[in-house]
Ligand binder design. Structure first.
Ligand SMILES: [Zn+2]
Length: 113
C-alpha cells in the first residue's frame, strides 16, 4: 500500500470513530478518600472507614483552574464522557501527527535551503 493510501485509510477510520464518539467533557477526575483530624473518629484506625470518596473534576477555564465536586451518581453517569474526551484528544493528536508527517515530506521545504 502506498504511504498516501495508508494515511488516507487511517484518517477515514479516525473520522468514523469521531463521528460516534458522543459527549466529551474536558478536564480530569480525581477520587480521594481521607482521614480527618477528629480524635476518636473511626477513620483514624479503620482503612475502610475513610471519609469519601470525594470526586473532583478539574479543568482550566480562561487559564484558571476550576474544581467541582461530583456525586457518585454523577460520576457513574459522566465517567464515559471523560473517557470520550480522552479518546478525542488521542485521535486529534494522531491526525496532527499524520498531517505533520505528510507536510514534512513536501520537497518544496528544501527549495529555500
Ligand atoms: Zn474521620
Amino acid at each position: 500500500m502506498e504511504p498516501g493510501e495508508r494515511y488516507q485509510r487511517r484518517l477515514t477510520e479516525i473520522a468514523s470513530e469521531l463521528s460516534s464518539i458522543g459527549l466529551s467533557v474536558p478536564g480530569s477526575l480525581t477520587v480521594r478518600r481521607y482521614r480527618c483530624g477528629k480524635a476518636g473518629c473511626s477513620c483514624q484506625s479503620d482503612e475502610s472507614k475513610l471519609h469519601g470518596p470525594y470526586i473532583s473534576w478539574t479543568r482550566k477555564i480562561s487559564g484558571k483552574t476550576v474544581t467541582r465536586l461530583l456525586s457518585q451518581e454523577q460520576f457513574d453517569e459522566y465517567q464515559q464522557y471523560f473517557d470520550n474526551a480522552k479518546r478525542l484528544r488521542e485521535l486529534v493528536r494522531e491526525i496532527e501527527a499524520i498531517s505533520l508527517e505528510i507536510v514534512e515530506k513536501d520537497p518544496r521545504w528544501k527549495a529555500k535551503d
